[in-house]
Each structure stands twice: as structure tokens, then as C-alpha cells.
Design a protein around this ligand. Structure first.
Ligand code: AMP
Ligand code: ZN
Length: 478
């Protein structure tokens, strides 16, 4: 009883349907997820997206795939929509820091926060500034193929030319006319042939710090080209999964597809996965709207909208109670409910450990395990999986009350799979600091010693006491 990877279905944004997952290379998966723009503290919305991809990453690994997970750091080129100013440069001026100090500060914050949520690190975390040459090369190829033009030291993607050969807007299902109508409203740059053309390279003024020499003079890359260049470099022309938040479908991902098609003639990824937004009072949590809730405020209880502190696993559990393709609204009541639910699941392993085995068995463990796999295979349906964990909680109570029986073989299987789903795939184990770990290990030693002492194994109990005493820890039997 285990899941076959042939059963996994993924909702592909490209076709708007669930498809059976089939990787390009038998047991290998290449996955690219757009990472953060490190100009600000990450908010819980950003975290939700990376938490959603952590489940996907963990489950693919569990199925036996060798996954190469690439998640970039955008440290240059993400422009403000209205003013086309680089977000990092703008923030550096506000904080009176070097742009690279801003990048370092918020990259540290990002890693620190994701670590609190127990997210596995990606295999490669490339930065845009570390891949300027690759981006310049790709832009040059787009120009050579006739889909981009240089104007006053900047390079723009020529959407009118592109749409003569390819369809633009495959993910967002927008056509060029819609986009032309929308972009007239924007304060367009006059040097573009058409206002909807997007920047591949921007000329930098001499006061601009983040700039590089290029065939078009000093400048810096646009945001969309970095993901195309880095995805191609580490995962090849065609890879399995490309993901990001749903707000990146347009323009970012539609532009990425256009860039790849204009160089390699094809869409870079087979499956496009988009995670839905975390909202606050029904509105998307966003840095620009200013309704961000920051993880540290929730962990410390300093956000006034929340009545108490919540630990990272409660937040993660709360997020996994919704499917990644649905929006999720955060509130104090919702977190309190999630905390109650999580307590029940968290203690399950202890409950399972303390169950009495019987000779008979009338709990169908195989069916329970298969239901869990079916949930995950159904487009990583975490709420369905969590419902199965709650269901187990009920069954354990029944076993305790003698209404149901489980034998030793089945109990062993059940414990094994509970840990697989709870720990390995949902990653809901709590991370503790070194001090907390030290305390736990010390308690464990004392517990063992006490057992030995009560069993009158004084040789072992004295040995433990003496060794601890050598470390300066005096054990008092009382
Ligand atoms: P950014 O740093 O703004 O580029 O965002 C990093 C990631 O977080 C992207 O994949 C976004 O789509 C995602 N994101 C931004 N806001 C939210 C939100 N409110 N809920 C979920 N994901 C979000
Ligand atoms: Zn990207």
C-alpha cells in the first residue's frame, strides 16, 4: 500500500483542468517557483504561497521523484507599475541604505521566516543580479529573432511582432486588444513602439547604482527576463512545473512564456501551478495596499487584530485547511479555531503510542491510508488530507473506549503512515531552538535514569548521574 506516482493529478493553469502528472524524465522533476522581491519584509500572504509549494515539493519527493526545486530571489528589475522605478532602488533611497544592503536585509528576513515554518530549502536559489550575462544573452536572442527592439539604451519586447506568430496571454486568457485597451490607461513610456510592450532591459541614469554594461549601454534587466533566463539555465528549455502566486499569471508568467517562445519556440513548462491569495477582510494581503500582517507579529502576539500569539505550525495548519487554489481569509477567530484543531492532531502520535493493541482488528488501516493518498493525488488536496487526520482522531477515541479494535500489525502501519502524512509531507513538526532541544534531551536522560533506578538497575542510573555530574549537572533524586 503506497501511492503510485501515476495517480497524481495536478491542476494545470495552462489548460484550466486537472491533468495526470507525467514528468519529462521518468523519475526526475524540474520545478521553478518565482521567489520574493526582497525590498520589504515578507507578509503572511507571501508565506502562504511558499508554504503551498513546500507541500508540493515534499509530496513529489515522497513519491520518489528526484526534484530540482529552483526558487529565485528578485534583487533587481522589479519595477513599480506606475512609475517604472526599480522597487529595490526606491526602497534603498527611503531607508538610506545601499540597494545591496536592502537585498541582504530582506533576504535574511525571508529565509528566517520560512525556516520558522519548517519549509525545505530549494535546491538552487539564484539571484537576478548573479545572472546578468544570461539575461543579456537571452535579450540579444529575442532581438535577433525580431521580437524586441532597442530604443535609447532600453530594450522592449515587441508584442505586435510576437502576436503575428504566437498567441500572447495564454495563462490569463487575455488577448492583445484587451491589453492594449488596459495599457492606454497606464502612463506609457513614449519610447515604446506600443504602450503594451514590456521592458527587457532598462537604461540606467548615472545616479542609478544597480547597473551593468550591456550591448545597449549601462542598464539593468526587466523583471520577466530573469525568470526565463534562470529557469532555462538550471532546468533547461523545457521543464515540468512552473509556479507562483495567481497574481503572477499576468503579466509576469504570460511574458515569460512569450520570451521563451520567441527564443526556443516553446512554452518553458508543461504544468503551470498558481496558488491563490491570502486575504484580510476579503482583500488580498499586499505590500502596496498596506494591509500586510507580518509573521513575527503573529508569533509574538504584537498585532492588535489578533488576541494572542500563535505559533508557526498553527498558521501552517490553518493554511493547509484550505486548498491552495482557493482564497483564504485570515482572522483571529479562524486562527483560534485552527489552534484547537491542531492541538487534536498534534497529540495523535502520543495517543497512537498509548493505544492498547488487541487480537482482533476492525479498523481498515489500508483504506484510511489510501484515502490520504487519494487526497494528495487530487491536486495536493490538503484540506481533504486534514479531514482524514481528524477522522483518525475520532477512531482513536473509539479504540480507547473499546468500541473499535486494532491489532499490532495494523497499529504499526497506522503509526508509520500518520508520521508520513503529518511530518514528512505536511511538515507540521515543531522546530525548536537549540536551548529547547537541550532541555528535551536532558529530560529524556533523566527519564531514562529514573526508569533504571526504579528497576533497581543502579549501575546504569549511577553511571548517568556521574556523567551528568562531570558536565556540571547535579541530579537530585527528589
Ligand atoms: P513578491 O515578493 O511580491 O514578488 O511576492 C512573492 C510571492 O508571494 C509571489 O508568488 C506572489 O504571487 C505571492 N503573494 C503575494 N501576495 C500574496 C497573497 N496575499 N497571498 C498569497 N500569495 C501572495
Ligand atoms: Zn518569476
Amino acid at each position: 500500500m503506497s501511492s503510485s506516482n501515476k495517480d497524481l493529478k495536478i491542476y494545470n493553469s495552462l489548460t484550466s483542468q486537472k491533468e495526470v502528472f507525467s514528468s519529462i524524465n521518468n523519475k526526475v522533476v524540474g520545478m521553478y517557483v518565482c521567489g520574493p522581491t526582497v525590498y520589504n519584509t515578507v507578509h503572511l500572504g507571501n508565506c502562504r504561497t511558499f508554504i503551498s509549494f513546500d507541500l508540493i515539493f515534499r509530496y513529489l519527493k515522497h513519491l520518489g521523484y528526484k526534484v530540482r526545486y529552483v526558487r529565485n530571489i528578485t534583487d533587481v528589475g522589479h519595477l513599480e507599475e506606475d512609475t517604472e522605478e526599480d522597487k529595490i532602488s526606491k526602497r534603498a533611497a527611503i531607508e538610506k541604505l545601499e540597494p545591496m544592503e536592502i537585498v541582504q536585509k530582506y533576504t535574511n528576513d525571508f529565509r528566517n521566516v520560512l525556516g520558522k515554518f519548517n519549509l525545505l530549502n530549494p535546491d538552487i536559489e539564484p539571484t537576478a543580479t548573479g545572472h546578468i550575462i544570461e539575461q543579456i544573452e537571452m535579450i540579444q536572442k529575442i532581438i535577433n529573432n525580431g521580437f524586441a527592439y532597442e530604443k535609447n539604451g532600453s530594450v522592449y519586447f515587441d508584442l505586435k511582432e510576437f502576436t503575428k506568430k504566437y498567441k500572447y496571454g495564454k495563462l490569463s486568457n487575455r488577448n492583445l486588444d484587451d491589453i492594449i485597451n488596459e495599457s492606454r490607461l497606464l502612463q506609457g513610456s513614449t519610447e515604446k513602439k506600443n504602450p503594451q510592450d514590456f521592458a527587457l532591459w532598462k537604461k540606467a541614469s548615472h545616479k542609478h547604482i544597480m547597473k551593468w554594461q550591456s550591448p545597449w549601454g549601462y542598464g539593468f534587466p526587466g523583471w520577466h527576463i530573469e525568470c526565463s533566463a534562470m529557469g532555462h539555465k538550471y532546468l533547461g528549455k523545457k521543464f515540468d512545473i512552473h509556479g507562483g502566486g495567481i497574481d503572477l499569471k499576468f503579466p509576469h508568467h504570460d511574458c515569460e512564456i512569450a520570451q521563451s517562445e520567441s527564443v526556443y519556440g516553446e512554452n518553458p513548462a508543461n504544468y503551470w501551478i498558481h496558488t491563490n491569495m491570502l486575504t484580510l477582510n476579503g482583500k488580498k494581503m499586499s505590500k502596496s495596499i498596506g494591509n500586510s500582517v507580518f509573521p513575527t507579529e503573529i508569533f509574538s502576539g504584537s498585532n492588535k487584530a489578533f488576541s494572542k500569539r500563535f505559533n508557526p505550525m498553527v498558521l501552517k495548519f490553518f493554511m493547509y485547511q484550505a486548498h491552495y487554489r482557493n482564497t483564504l481569509d485570515i482572522s483571529n477567530d479562524a486562527l483560534i479555531a485552527a489552534e484547537k484543531g491542531f492541538e487534536k492532531i498534534k497529540t495523535l502520535i502520543n495517543e497512537l503510542n498509548s493505544l492498547n493493541e488487541s487480537k482482533e482488528n476492525d479498523f481498515n488501516v489500508n483504506e484510511w491510508v489510501n484515502d490520504c493518498y487519494n487526497a494528495l493525488n487530487d491536486d495536493f488536496n490538503s484540506p481533504k488530507l486534514i479531514a482524514k487526520l481528524f477522522n483518525l482522531n475520532k477512531i482513536v477515541l473509539e479504540i480507547k473506549n473499546g468500541k473499535k479494535n486494532i491489532d499490532s500489525k495494523n497499529l504499526k502501519i497506522l503509526k508509520k503512515y500518520f508520521l508520513i502524512f503529518y511530518s514528512e509531507i505536511l511538515g507540521l513538526y515543531e522546530v525548536s531552538s537549540n536551548q529547547e532541544k537541550y532541555d528535551e534531551i536532558l529530560n529524556l536522560l533523566l527519564e531514562l535514569r529514573e526508569k533504571e533506578r526504579l528497576n533497581k538497575n543502579y549501575k546504569t542510573s549511577d553511571y548517568i548521574r556521574n556523567r551528568l555530574s562531570e558536565l556540571g549537572i547535579n541530579v537530585n533524586d527528589q
